[in-house]
Write a protein that binds this ligand. Structure first.
Ligand SMILES: Nc1ncnc2c1ncn2[C@@H]1O[C@H](COP(=O)(O)OP(=O)(O)O)[C@@H](O)[C@H]1O
Ligand SMILES: [Mg+2]
Length: 257
């Protein structure tokens, strides 16, 4: 089972979009069983797939350690081979509370991964992190083996990179299996500052995926209708890029015998 956290201290860089599209390609083309975990109190990922009811078990329940039932009963099936552990706005309050009392169980998502792994219940788990090191994103980094860092090509993003890598490295003591899978250049387009920033990034001592995701309005349109762009517009540049990114991360699509 591969456990991957999508992380950046910044919002709006494509974390949620990347989770949605990798999950779609993995379930659809690779026939993998995928769990997506929404760690962001903004709930973009959760709302993309479903309208949440009051009864739904969320990441906040795990962090509060109130959720002990069998793992499979806690996940929402939101597609063919696709499950969601949603977020809830109560993650905001949980962060305030845990700063005061330190009472969020940041090991809870790791413990969840251990039972799913033992039951061979999933092939890939993708954690959609909020901006910043909140209780939920820390719990995701305790549970994940790999980090994908989506970035936009501007000076502010490059500036924040060193600090973020430092923070991830400092998690190593608590989670020695955590590695930076790579930095993912998102919303790439042909313009002088983008090309220049890409050169600067690729010269940094950090793995950067060869594949970039191009900027296209098809991604914006796809979020309006709540369909992954890899399904909404198969011919779009971003759909093609996400399929090639999946190959770079997960290998060739298995051929049906
Ligand atoms: N390749 C792309 N081309 C155009 N717009 C994109 C692309 N990727 C993401 N976006 C848009 O950028 C915004 C932020 O993306 P999102 O995935 O929500 O970022 P994050 O989860 O990091 O906050 C959204 O409006 C999304 O539709
Ligand atoms: Mg997001």
């Amino acid at each position: 089972m591969r456990t991957i956290a999508l992380l950046n201290m910044k919002g709006g860089v494509g974390k949620t979009t990347t989770v949605i599209n990798l999950a779609h390609v993995l379930t659809h083309d690779y026939h993998q069983r995928v769990l997506v975990v929404d760690c962001d109190p903004q709930c973009n990922l959760s709302n993309f797939y479903t309208d949440l009811g009051d009864e739904t078990v969320t990441v906040a329940d795990y962090l509060k350690s109130t959720q002990e039932p069998f793992w499979e009963d806690c996940l929402l099936e939101v597609g063919n081979g696709l499950w969601l552990l949603p977020a809830s706005p109560s993650l905001w309050e949980l962060d305030l509370a845990s700063h005061k009392n330190g009472d969020s169980n940041i090991m809870s998502l790791r413990e969840l991964m251990e039972v799913i792994e033992e039951d061979k219940g999933m092939d890939v788990v993708l954690f959609d992190c909020p901006p910043g090191f909140t209780a939920a994103s820390t719990a995701a980094l305790m549970a994940a083996q790999e980090v994908i860092i989506p970035v936009l090509m501007d000076g502010f993003s490059l500036e924040g990179m060193a600090e973020m890598l430092h923070q991830i490295t400092s998690m190593h003591q608590a989670n020695p299996s955590l590695e930076v899978g790579g930095v993912l250049i998102n919303q790439w387009h042909r313009s002088a500052p983008v090309v220049q920033a890409e050169q600067v990034l690729r010269a940094m001592p950090v793995p950067v995926y060869h594949q970039t995701i191009r900027r296209t309005d098809k991604v914006l349109e796809s979020t309006m209708v709540k369909v992954p762009v890899t399904e909404y517009s198969i011919a779009s540049s971003a759909a093609r890029d996400y399929r090639l990114l999946a190959q770079e991360i997960f290998g060739e699509v298995p051929t049906d015998e």
